[in-house]
Design a binder for this molecule. Structure first.
Ligand SMILES: CCCCCC/C=C\CCCCCCCC(=O)SCCNC(=O)CCNC(=O)[C@H](O)C(C)(C)COP(=O)(O)OP(=O)(O)OC[C@H]1O[C@@H](n2cnc3c(N)ncnc32)[C@H](O)[C@@H]1OP(=O)(O)O
Length: 316
């Protein structure tokens, strides 16, 4: 374990002149206030499953919770259950209950509702900054810098340029390219081709919000990190099983802890690993690292994964 650097990072900052404001800030996490502690959120990107993206619901729930706590308090943890699939055809209502306001901590309970029914329950806790001599963290894995790696889109174009690529794979890759995901990803160990080999249930990638957010609003960066943290976590559990494909997958619960200041519009290393899978479920743990090696956030999630074996003919 390494000593944690409690100081500010030497971030290279995305320039607002060259980079439009992130749609996560202007739209997805910009909730409409309907009444006291009642908000409405709309959608930007919806996954192919046609159920709302879990990260969007968690990020919006955290925005709603954060609106009722003072500027001196910062999100330090959240615990959520996804109890129903989110419907992309209607907005989500967020009802906030002010569970407790103490001297150092405040706790909020948020219910995300559609069609009169909860789709997510979330407890979020906020804490004032307090100095402590007790400081440690793991050491960030050593990986190539994001400038030396390709984005997911660049990798897909590379795979598409391979002359022996099967028509079905081409269609799959083009569908992936059509997604307008508001985050950028650079895998650390991308496969050389679209076909995958079995690997340990662990993956590393650089990630950041697409577009500019700017510094100053730490609560907002935590909400963006909550959005980002659910994106590719569950797939980690499938890495040892290239001959199986999930016909149903969904995150069941999601917990997150925020440790340090960070900017979600700057590259962060996301380290994801799945220590267990069984009974059609998998546990996945994630660590978000600032590129200067400071541990920014940790998360844990359990998901349901119902898989089918893929035959050679169905792969083509
Ligand atoms: C260029 C960039 C490229 C990138 C492109 C993008 C690529 C990747 C995209 C990444 C996507 C990220 C996704 C991240 C993960 C998520 O966001 S998941 C969304 C959040 N989570 C949820 O929505 C879960 C919400 N909760 C639920 O839906 C329910 O709680 C539950 C389904 C988990 C509960 O299940 P259950 O109690 O069984 O509910 P039921 O209503 O009874 O059943 C639901 C369906 O499951 C079938 N089913 C039930 N039991 C079984 C069983 N034992 N075996 C098989 N099937 C079962 C049941 O029949 C229902 O099916 P139908 O809906 O009727 O088909």
């Amino acid at each position: 374990m390494a000593e944690r650097d409690a100081g500010e990072s030497d971030h290279t900052t995305a320039s607002p002149q060259n980079d439009l404001r992130s749609v996560l800030v202007t739209s997805v996490l910009n909730l409409e206030e309907l009444d006291v502690d009642l908000y409405r959120g709309t959608h930007h990107w919806v996954p192919r499953s046609q159920r709302l993206f879990g990260g969007q619901i968690v990020g919006q729930a955290l925005v709603a919770a954060a609106k009722s706590v003072g500027d001196n308090l910062f999100a330090h943890s959240l615990h959520c259950y996804f109890v129903r699939a989110g419907d992309p055809k209607v907005p989500v209502l967020y009802q906030v209950e002010r569970t407790r306001d103490g001297r150092s901590f405040a706790v909020r309970s948020v219910k995300a509702v559609q069609h009169g029914q909860p789709i997510l329950t979330c407890q979020a806790s906020f804490h004032m900054q307090q100095p402590s001599p007790l400081q440690h963290q793991f050491t960030m894995p050593q990986v190539p810098q994001p400038e030396d790696l390709l984005t997911v889109e660049e990798l897909i174009h590379l795979y598409l340029s391979k002359p022996d690529l099967a028509e079905k794979s081409k269609q799959g890759l083009n569908k992936l390219l059509a997604n307008e995901v508001p985050i950028e990803i650079k895998p650390v160990n991308p496969p050389h081709s679209f076909t995958r080999a079995a690997s340990e249930p662990r993956k590393l990638f650089w990630v950041r919000a697409r577009g500019h957010i700017g510094e100053g609003n730490m609560k907002l960066h935590c909400c963006v990190a909550a959005y980002v943290s659910d994106f590719a976590l569950l797939g980690t559990a499938l890495l040892p099983y290239p001959n199986h494909r999930a016909h149903f997958s969904a995150s069941l619960d999601h917990a997150m802890w925020f440790h340090s200041t960070f900017r979600a519009d700057e590259w962060m290393l996301y380290e994801c690993e799945s220590p267990w899978a069984g009974g059609s479920r998998a546990l996945i743990q994630g660590r978000l690292w600032r590129r200067d090696g400071v541990l920014a956030a940790s998360c844990s999630q359990e998901g349901v994964l119902r898989v089918k074996e893929v035959t050679e003919s169905s792969k083509l």
